[in-house]
Design a protein around this ligand. Structure first.
Ligand code: CFM
Length: 545
């Protein structure tokens, strides 16, 4: 329980904010908001449940999570969207997942490939159109592999995309995979991540011929999407340290690398939410442990690099890691000090999708910025509270919709990477096959909120008055009109990279620019002088959920 005066005031203000909702909505939302109290060992938050109809959420759909997030960045595959052009357009590169290819003919990310379903396809079926589209794609692009992603109407009219893909695969002899990621599945894009994870595990990973790791320290990087070039900055350091990055899932990723992901000795997990399913399955099937890393923030980057070196346990690698850390720090510290003069003592909100709400708090802290409120759009309880709560999470109708893929140890390729006793020893020291969640990095009397909506955003801004707001395109401009600079942490507002050592300097520069800009003091939102609307919400006239 919150005990001091400040806590009680916050409790009261949150209560007043919730009082504006109809009673049922209030009861629901109350469970999604937690005032952090570090004296408690555990605080529960409700997550991964349906958004109440009528509430303006920032969430996306299953299709966005599958095609837009996990599959889309794989550059040497053509990703066909079977659906109306709007769905295709909005999952096409607005996320800034960068890629470059040695062979310019094998990077298809610039293309928005869609069956552009029309009314007649909805009435008479779109299967023939999809089959023709695959023929055209093979003829024009000659890709190494193809994915087909379904949008809502495809599921509603019952087009059998699995059979079409199978027939085309037999015809052309290249992998052609269909994903039933209709937007309405699950409660958010999180369902789409799971569908994509299952598909990649079933149809791509392990399809390659490699039997042994090609280098001494062979790793995969999971849950890193190269937004604004993040992965390139991380790989710059990893490569210098002597790591061989077999594949990145899926930023700047390629089918040709991903199919041999089974040979890695360690899997790094940057974004737990979007890829933990593959991390788990790789452990079960090939015996590869995963390490939760965070390359956002200097302290967390250093800790991740040290943990990796400790995992391999090689003196030469451990020494080299320290040497590189010292050199990188010496290079960036003067620049960071320059920006800290402006950022020190400021406050922030940090509300992003399913992992950055946590990761960016560390970078803010390093700039002397306190995060007053943080949360996720669509994460699950384990992303807030840690994987320790996994056994307590009861599956509901929405989560059962996307079943876990059952995998067994691969008879030929399963390798014990680390003896059991050493594994237990390492697990004491680092998050090996474990994620402790966001809560452990938050401080007292700050707010953790799940699926923050637009009403609550405005209210929390009035209550907490942050100096900087960080979220995405859906709330950025509302907040800026309230006179507060807003930094998009999904696509970085055309900037980046923000990961690793050099990325931290870019972030400090961009945040400083936002804070010192004189723009904000010229904005007087209308509600500061007079209320725009006056009214009451009557019980019984809500959506009824
Ligand atoms: Fe993982 Fe992501 Fe995120 Fe995510 Fe996303 Fe993204 Fe994100 Mo936008 S995979 S959960 S579904 S880190 S697109 S690169 S920024 S909401 S916090």
């Amino acid at each position: 329980m919150a005990v001091n005066e400040k806590d009680l005031l916050m409790d009261k203000q949150i209560e007043e904010m919730l009082n504006q909702y109809p009673a049922k909505v209030k009861r629901n939302r109350k469970n999604h908001i937690v005032l952090n109290d570090t004296s408690l060992e555990h605080q529960q938050i409700e997550a991964n449940t349906r958004t109440i109809p009528g509430i303006i959420t920032n969430r996306g759909c299953a299709y966005a999570g599958c095609k837009g997030v996990v599959l889309g960045p794989l550059k040497d595959m053509v990703h066909i969207v079977h659906g109306p052009i709007g769905c295709s357009y909005y999952a096409w590169m607005t996320r800034r997942n960068k890629a470059k290819s040695e062979d310019p003919k094998k990077n298809f990310l610039n293309y928005c490939v869609s069956t552009d379903m029309q009314e007649s396809d909805i009435v008479f079926g779109g299967e023939k159109k999809l089959a023709r589209m695959i023929d055209e794609v093979v003829e024009i692009f000659k890709p190494n592999a193809i994915t087909v992603s379904a949008t809502c109407p495809v599921g509603l009219i019952g087009d059998d995309i699995q059979s079409i893909a199978k027939a085309a695969e037999d015809k052309y002899g290249i992998p052609i995979m269909a994903f039933n990621c209709e937007g309405y599945k699950g409660v958010s894009q999180s369902a789409g991540h799971h569908i994509a994870n299952n598909g990649l595990m079933e149809h791509v990973i392990g399809r390659g011929d490699l039997e042994e790791a090609p280098a001494k320290y062979t790793i995969n990087m999971l849950g890193e999407y190269n937004i604004g070039g993040d992965s390139w900055e991380i790989e710059r350091v990893l490569t210098e340290l002597g790591y061989h990055v077999q594949t990145v899932m899926t930023g700047n990723g390629a089918y040709e690398d991903l199919k041999n992901a089974h040979i890695a000795q360690l899997n790094l997990v940057q974004c737990h939410r979007s890829i933990n399913y593959i991390a788990d399955m790789l452990e079960k099937k090939y015996g590869t442990p995963w390490l939760k890393v965070n390359f956002i923030g200097i302290r967390s980057t250093i800790e991740s690099l040290r943990n990796m070196a400790m995992y391999f346990g090689d003196k030469e690698l451990i020494d080299k890691t320290e040497e590189v850390i010292a050199r990188e720090l010496a290079e960036i510290e003067p620049a960071l000090d320059k920006y800290r003069k402006y950022t020190n003592g400021k406050t922030a909100f940090c509300f992003v999708g399913g992992s950055r709400g946590h990761h960016y708090q560390i970078l803010y802290e390093e700039l002397g910025i306190k995060t007053l409120l943080a949360g996720y759009e669509f994460a699950h309880r384990d992303d807030y509270e840690g994987r320790v709560v996994l056994p307590d999470i009861k599956p509901d109708a929405d989560s059962k919709n996307i079943p876990d893929l059952h995998v067994e140890p691969d008879e030929r390729r399963y390798r014990v990477k680390i003896p059991q006793e050493r594994m237990a020893e390492l697990q004491e020291k680092m998050p090996l096959c474990n994620y402790k969640g966001m809560r452990m990095d938050m401080i007292d009397n700050t707010v953790m909120v799940d699926d923050l909506n637009h009403y609550e955003t405005e209210e929390f801004i009035r209550i907490l008055k942050p100096d900087i707001f960080s979220s995405g395109i859906k709330d950025k401009y509302i907040v800026q009109k309230m006179g507060i600079p807003s930094k998009q942490l999904h696509n970085y507002d055309y900037s980046g990279p923000y990961a690793g050592f050099k990325g931290a300097v870019n972030f400090a520069r961009d945040i400083t620019m936002g804070i010192v800009s004189p723009t904000w003091k010229y904005i007087t939102p209308p509600w500061k002088s007079s209320p725009l609307i006056e009214g009451t919400i009557e019980e019984g006239r809500s959506c009824g959920c």
